[in-house]
Design a protein around this ligand. Sequence first.
Ligand code: NI
Length: 181
Amino acid sequence: MERTILRMGNINLYKKASLVKNLNDAAVQDTINKMLEILRKNGPSIGLAAPQINIPLQIVYFHIPKSPPNPRYKLTPEHDPEGVEPTILINPRIEPIDNKQVSDYETCLSLPGMAGIVERNYSIKYSWDSLEGPKSRIAHGFHARVIQHECDHLNGILYPMRIKDMRNFGYQEDIFSKKIQ
Ligand code: NI
């Protein structure tokens, strides 16, 4: 059975994902394989959370490229000059480091063609489980934004639910062309 990416409106995107209790469970590797396969088919993308392919587990994939695949991605090379290697996060947890918030556009495979401005913490510490044991990293800027966006999926939150002014939400074609004019 082929799984595709759920889109906004599908109620399964609004549910909380379950903790992965046994990292050695075959379902975990199976889920990761499906996520990677679907990403390959959907072209370059920054991240994907398991609930987006209808698997209610706390598993996230992301990577940050060294240079933006699309000019609308505002990377923060001052923090991640080499990007961030492809990473699988199991049971991720986030702690803000300070109160600094920044607003920027986000997009999502569950809302194809759409974009919106979301405020996020600029600096976070995040931790997760892996087969090698617990891990953690500090992230700033774009990296921190990606983690917050993906972890929101595990709590049933899509980025439009965090947009403060809905005039900052719309079709990428219109939003990004408006900025150029
Ligand atoms: Ni998303």
